[in-house]
Design a protein around this ligand. Structure first.
Ligand code: DI6
Ligand code: FE
Length: 399
């Protein structure tokens, strides 16, 4: 047997179908792929060896919903909200998404890249080995393309995989004031084909909300996206129940995200369509939301639950998945194992990458985190202590 890297004596939580735990395992990696998992040591010469000393090894974490490419700073809006202004009110006053759009349109590729690189590096430092990154702060061809190019480039300059998503239908730009229909048509006819031709994104996302786009507009966008072979996903039911999640699931969405206002009776539609529920506890916390997503109904219907940072300048500036796991447990009542599944195998499902990543199994990519504890509870219990010890990306030890 050939192997380039062997992780010896690790406590392994696989997050495979049977949720197998190995108290003492040897993981063999060849050409970036997990080639053997054994409870005994197999002698192979020439391979790099790491003694895990009984510490915990998990799949690399997957952040399946982020907006980390942007310019500007919205800390002032946080201060306004502390004085009582709502997220929707700030958006109506020219703040919110539109203010980030202004700054992002002005920013150079170099500026956008350096700020996003720092965010992605921080994510990596906390165990994230795959990050989905959305556009959506350009709202015109030029800047949407610029954002997606920057997002993709991060995967070349850092040891992190980037999954780019086109979120052109995020907010109505000033050029289309009071003409959301016209804007959606512009995106469908002028922008989407370019994103497809230049292979700049694998999925199309949108914001379905009373302060954003309605279900008719979303349906039109998604039908066009599906024709061009994009995966689809949706920001749905974050502030009100618009029935966006049901529409998206019926059209085959891989995930629907946020879901605080999802009607419990709609959970079965997600289940029937294998749509993942992506919960974003950072935004729930930061916006002081009190309406909880219908967690028990999602579980009763066996809807896979993923957790992500939603990292963005307005509603969740956070970069750490362990922090999100902690919030998912405290606010949403998930168990520690459920929260971990939410940032590994279920996040992989949300990105349609569960054949490649998300669990420690033969044939999967060797994206792994070795933690400086043998107790999984530690990582979620205190996210301000960084338990992330070593990261293995594509079979290469990077820290
Ligand atoms: N929902 C969100 O939480 C982010 N986008 C969205 O549609 C917030 C984006 C922002 O405030 O900049
Ligand atoms: Fe978001």
């Amino acid at each position: 047997m050939h192997s380039d890297l062997i992780l010896e004596n690790a406590k392994v939580i696989t997050f495979d179908e049977n949720e197998t735990v190995h108290e003492k395992a040897y993981i063999y990696i060849s050409d970036g792929i997990i080639s053997e998992i054994s409870n005994k040591k197999i002698n192979i010469s020439g391979a790099q060896k790491i003694d895990a000393k009984g510490q915990l090894l998990t799949p690399g974490l997957i952040d399946c919903h982020t907006h980390i490419v942007y310019a500007g700073n919205r800390a002032n809006e946080f201060a306004m909200r502390l004085k009582g202004a709502s997220y929707a009110e700030i958006a109506q006053q020219g703040g919110g998404i539109v203010s980030t759009v202004k700054a992002t349109r002005k920013a150079s590729v170099g500026e956008l890249t350096s700020s996003a690189k720092l965010r992605a590096q921080t994510m990596l430092d906390h165990g994230t080995t795959t990050v989905e990154i959305k556009s959506g702060y350009g709202l015109n061809l030029e800047t949407e393309v610029k954002m997606l190019r920057v997002a993709k480039s991060l995967g070349k300059i850092l040891p992190i995989s980037v999954v780019p998503t086109f979120l052109g239908v995020h907010a109505v730009p000033k050029e289309y004031k009071n003409n959301a229909d016209g804007y959606v048509d512009y995106i469908i006819t002028e922008v989407l084909p370019v994103i497809a031709n230049e292979n700049l994104a694998t999925s199309v996302d949108a914001f379905c909300e009373n302060i954003a786009f309605n279900v008719q507009q979303i349906e039109k966008l998604f039908l066009a996206a599906k024709k061009l072979k994009f995966n689809i996903k949706l920001h749905a039911e974050q502030l009100t129940d618009q029935k966006g999640a049901v529409l998206a699931a019926r059209l085959g969405a891989k995930s629907v995200d946020h879901l605080e206002y999802l009607n419990p009776t709609d959970c079965s539609v997600l289940a029937q369509n294998n749509t993942v529920a992506v919960l974003l506890p950072g935004a729930f916390y930061f916006l002081k939301e009190t309406q909880l997503p219908p967690i028990q109904d999602l579980k009763d219907n066996n809807v896979p639950i993923a957790i992500a940072t939603d990292s963005n300048p307005g509603s969740s500036p956070f970069l750490s998945l362990p922090l999100m796991m902690n919030m998912a447990c405290v606010y949403f009542g998930l168990s520690i194992m459920e929260s971990f599944k939410g940032v590994t195998i279920n996040a992989a499902r949300a990105l349609d990458l569960n054949k490649q990543i998300g669990s420690i199994e033969l044939g999967k990519k060797a994206d792994l985190v070795l933690w400086s504890t043998d107790n999984i509870n530690d990582i979620v219990y205190n996210p301000t202590f960084n338990y992330c010890d070593s990261i293995i990306k594509n079979g290469i030890v990077i820290t």
